[in-house]
Design a protein around this ligand. Structure first.
Ligand code: G
Ligand code: G
Ligand code: MN
Ligand code: NA
Length: 248
C-alpha cells in the first residue's frame, strides 16, 4: 500500500521520532524516568502508532523501526543521567535472533548504562514464542537490562507470565486505573492488582493517571511510580528538559 511505502521511506529518512513521557515517584513526585513513544509526522498530518506499529509489523519493517527508535531514545536520554529509559518492544523484535546483540552493540557504542534501560513488552510476545522470548530476555538481563510487563490488567496479562519470565516491573493498564473512578468494584480491583504485585515483590508503574484522586488511591495502595496526563503528556526532549528545570 502507499502508506506502507511512505512508512518505509520515513524509517530510512529517520523521520519516525521519539517523544518522552515522564514517570514520577509516587511518594516524592520526582521524575525518575521516561517512556519513549514513537511519533510519525507526515505533511498530511500525524499518523498514530496504533496504525503504523501494526503496519510495520505486517510489512517486515518493525526491526528497523524499533532499532531506530531505540537508538534515538538512547542518544537523547544519554544527557539525562539520573533518569531511566523505557522503550516499547514488539514481539517480532524480541524473537529476532540478532536482537540481543544489536542492543548490546548499541549500548556499548553509545556508552549507555544498561541498568538504565527497561524494555516494555506485552504478554502476547511471550505467548507467541516463549522459548525465544525467554532466551533473549536472559541474554539482555546479563547486561543489566530490565523488562516491564506492559498493559497489565487488559487482555491476557497473568500471574503466570509475571513469575515465569521474571519481570522486573509491572505496568498497570490505564483501563484499570480509570475503572477505579466508577462506582462499584473498580477501585477494589485496582488495589488487589497492586497487592498482587507487592506480594510478588514486583514494583508497579500505573499508566493513564489523569486525576489526583487516582494518584492518591494508587499511592496508598502501594504503587511506586505514576505515569499519565496528570504528570505530563508525551513531549519533546526540549519540553522534558523545561519540566525538569521547573520548580515543583
Ligand atoms: O503513544 P501512544 O499512546 O499513542 O501509543 C500507542 C501504542 O503504540 C501503545 O500501545 C504503545 O505501546 C505503542 N508504541 C508507541 N511507540 C512504540 C514503539 O516505539 N514501539 C512499539 N513496539 N510500540 C510502540
Ligand atoms: O501501550 P502503552 O502503555 O505503551 O501506551 C502508551 C500510550 O498511552 C501513549 O500513546 C500515551 O500517549 C498514552 N497515554 C499515556 N498517559 C495517558 C493518559 O493519562 N491518558 C490517556 N488518555 N492516554 C495516555
Ligand atoms: Mn508502554
Ligand atoms: Na500500556
Amino acid at each position: 500500500s502507499s502508506l506502507e511505502g511512505q512508512l518505509r521511506a520515513a524509517i530510512s529518512a529517520g523521520s519516525i521520532r521519539p517523544v518522552f513521557q515522564p514517570l514520577v515517584s509516587a511518594s516524592s513526585g520526582r521524575i525518575c524516568g521516561v517512556e519513549a513513544l514513537a511519533r510519525w509526522q507526515t505533511p498530511a498530518g500525524s499518523v498514530s502508532p496504533e496504525v503504523f506499529i501494526p503496519l510495520a509489523e505486517r510489512a517486515g519493517l518493525i526491526d528497523a523501526l524499533g532499532m531506530h527508535m531505540l537508538e534515538q531514545a538512547v542518544k537523547t536520554a544519554q544527557v539525562w543521567p539520573g533518569l531511566d529509559l523505557s522503550v516499547n518492544v514488539s514481539p517480532i523484535q524480541l524473537c529476532n535472533p540478532s536482537f540481543p546483540s544489536q542492543i548490546t552493540d548499541l549500548l556499548q557504542r553509545e556508552k549507555f548504562d544498561p541498568k538504565r534501560l527497561t524494555l516494555e513488552i506485552t504478554e502476547s510476545v511471550l505467548m507467541s514464542n516463549p522459548e525465544m522470548s525467554r532466551r533473549a530476555m536472559d541474554t539482555l538481563r546479563k547486561l543489566g537490562v530490565k523488562f516491564a510487563l506492559d498493559d497489565f490488567g487488559c487482555g491476557y496479562a497473568s500471574i503466570g507470565a509475571l513469575r515465569q519470565f521474571g519481570f522486573e516491573r509491572m505496568k498497570i493498564d490505564r483501563s484499570l486505573v480509570w475503572a477505579s473512578d466508577d462506582e462499584g468494584q473498580g477501585s477494589g480491583v485496582l488495589e488487589a492488582t497492586i497487592a498482587l504485585a507487592v506480594a510478588l515483590e514486583i514494583p508497579v508503574t500505573a499508566e493513564g493517571v489523569e486525576t489526583s484522586r487516582q494518584a492518591q488511591l494508587l499511592r496508598s495502595a502501594g504503587c511506586q511510580q505514576l505515569q499519565g496526563f496528570l504528570i505530563g503528556k508525551p513531549m519533546s526532549s526540549a519540553e522534558l528538559e523545561m519540566m525538569m528545570k521547573a520548580p515543583e
